[in-house]
Design a binder for this molecule. Sequence first.
Ligand code: MEV
Length: 436
Amino acid sequence: MSQISGFSKLTKLEKIDWLATHYLSDYPRAEAIIKQYWNSDEALQKLHDEFTENTISNYYLPLGVAPNFDIDGKLYAIPMAIEESSVIAAASKAAKFWLDKGGFKTEILGTTKVGHVHFNYSGDSQQLNLFFESIKPKLFSDTASITKNMEKRGGGIKDIQLIDKTEDLENYFQLYCTFETVDAMGANFINSCLEQFGQTLEAEARTYNNFTSEGTFPEVIMCILSNYVPECLVRAEVSCPVTELGETKEEAEQFVRKFSQAIKIAEIEPYRAVTHNKGIMNGIDALVLATGNDFRAVEAGVHAFAAKRGRYSSLTHVKTENGIFRFWIEVPLALGTTGGLTSLHPLVKLSLALLNHPSAEQLMRLTAVAGLAQNFAAVNSLVTTGIQKGHMKMHLMNILNQFEADETERAKAVDHFKTHTVTHSEVINLLEKMRS
Ligand code: MEV
């Protein structure tokens, strides 16, 4: 294996050539495979190349659609970028299920985002408080050129507070800053404001008379937004009479009993909660990706929220009262529908158009619904048929592709597995029979 300096300065072809020579020399058709995924539209390919550094090709994910979502009285077809075979089918099934039961209802519980200036200070905390109060207006005025446009759109800096964290870490203080970023995810806006706060803090400290000796000046460690956004929160809910959840009263009651217990298990058992929430993220991530949002940020924030009481727990909850079954999710989602990839990636733009150009709040609502629907579908299967039946049915095509089944073999296999359970070995057996 080889080392190189200046890799980023090579042309795309030179990069591929270098990789093919040094890392992929015994990988058949490496260059051809890399190039096979280039787009023939050169301008489009250049756009993708420039999203990031050292691009050599495009990595495809399927973009699918789950239709029939009634969300707050409007119908949506939700775009989902995901490779897992059963996810879109499960979302579509849940959407259809709730379509004639009142659909999904949502509520925005907050849109506040957070960032910090983390700094050290070893002097008298009373002095620091006085200093902070004296420079607070300057923190706002020094960021006026950054906040001007955001304020025009109804956003900006909400508040700046000084927090003493020295009980947790020696000399550690922070400026805890809150922001409203309207339709932008807002990472650049927030980080620009925070870096200016950091500069103002240090500059003002140097001329502040009451900080006397060297060691008592605040020293900025870092300025960065937080992806933990518990106050950028959305709720989505479904509800219906228990009797609508089964063919008979007994069946409906059994379903509600098992479904509710499954949710309660995820509330108290972290092993289950992680898988339970993973299923929720199947829906959330797929829509977050399709709309060009940062799924790593969403993932990090959601899982921190799921552990906010000190034990990792379910994001969804259930309650049955007076014969009415209610199932809901509360989830923090910092999303944007303007800026970033949203105005660059053609499929992201198309996905947003499919959703009727949502505001960030609207996208929060739809995304929470995608998570709730996914969880309903998963837990519904788990407490009734089990997950493998549906999952393997959807996975059949992947297995057939793996063994390069032709059209006739595929048609026969699909027909056969209408009445048989799909397993990896059963598919192989069937193909072997057809081929012998
Ligand atoms: C698989 O991707 C997701 C599930 O495991 C979720 C769950 O168990 O709730 C089916």
